[in-house]
Design a protein around this ligand. Structure first.
Ligand SMILES: [Zn+2]
Ligand SMILES: [Zn+2]
Length: 258
């Protein structure tokens, strides 16, 4: 009850001090007005999610990168990564969503993701899995931004049909520094290695349901893709047939070392 009133008060203060206005043109009424929303263009082509250079249908790994993994006796677990738009098109929205805690922005961002998914014609997923936050970060933000996106996508990707969300299956076991602060690619890989796992408290029936299923992973922004890579690896080893991922945008890292 106290939390309910606290949230009401928090929203009241937010609405009074920062009345809802379009973050692009300042017009009052919505965080992104319909005219500005139309101007956010989707990416016309997708690239290989590993080298980020070769143009690749639906964001599948390119043959050259695929071979690099095979040479190491590994396989790339992510069947496709769809990047919805350029980071600079949405950087302000993403920042306000995550760091100014404007949860309502999730809908505008999730709409962009839905449009991107529809334009790519990927197999419809059996389940949607948002990238989990560590409980400490979840307490700090008050919501998991990927889960907010997942909820909208689950209801709106196919009209009249909702896709089940498995939000408790993957867990973030360790609290790690925010990826934003780590600039080096190899450091990022180290940072996410072994930090995700399957939630042992989830009923076995839920684990079994992954078998032979197509999963759609949702994250807000990808950088190297290391987080998505780790999560896809876990889901594949738990029996998933296909793991696709979608993000709003991808942030460039200049020091990426391949
Ligand atoms: Zn506007
Ligand atoms: Zn490649």
């Amino acid at each position: 009850m106290i939390i309910y009133y606290f949230k009401k008060l928090h929203n009241f203060i937010l609405d009074t001090l920062f009345p809802i206005h379009c973050l692009y043109c300042q017009k009052y009424g919505a965080w992104v007005c319909s005219e500005c929303a139309k101007k956010i263009s989707l990416l016309s082509v997708q690239v290989c999610p590993y080298c980020e250079k070769t143009i690749s249908p639906n964001g599948r790994i390119c043959p050259l990168c695929k071979n690099k993994f095979l040479e190491k006796n590994e396989s790339w677990p992510l069947d496709a990564l769809v990047v919805s738009t350029k980071y600079e098109n949405v950087s302000r929205l993403v920042h306000c969503f995550k760091y100014n805690f404007i949860q309502n922005l999730g809908e505008s961002l999730a709409k962009i993701i839905c449009q991107a998914l529809i334009s790519h014609n990927l197999t419809l997923p059996d389940y949607i899995i948002p990238i989990p936050l560590h409980s400490r970060r979840l307490r700090w933000r008050g919501f998991n931004q990927s889960e907010v996106l997942a909820q909208y996508i689950s209801q709106n990707l196919t009209p009249g049909f909702s896709i089940a969300i498995l939000s408790k299956l993957l867990i973030r076991k360790k609290y790690t520094p925010a990826q934003m602060k780590i600039k080096n690619y190899q450091e990022r890989q180290k940072n996410v290695r072994d930090i995700f796992g399957l939630n042992c408290n989830v009923e076995t029936q839920n684990f079994a349901s992954l078998h032979n299923k197509t999963i759609l992973l949702i994250d807000d922004v990808a950088t190297t893709g290391a987080t998505l890579f780790e999560c896809a690896k876990i889901l594949k080893s738990a029996g998933a047939k296909k793991v696709f991922a979608v993000v709003i945008a991808r942030q460039e890292i200049r020091k990426k070392l391949l």
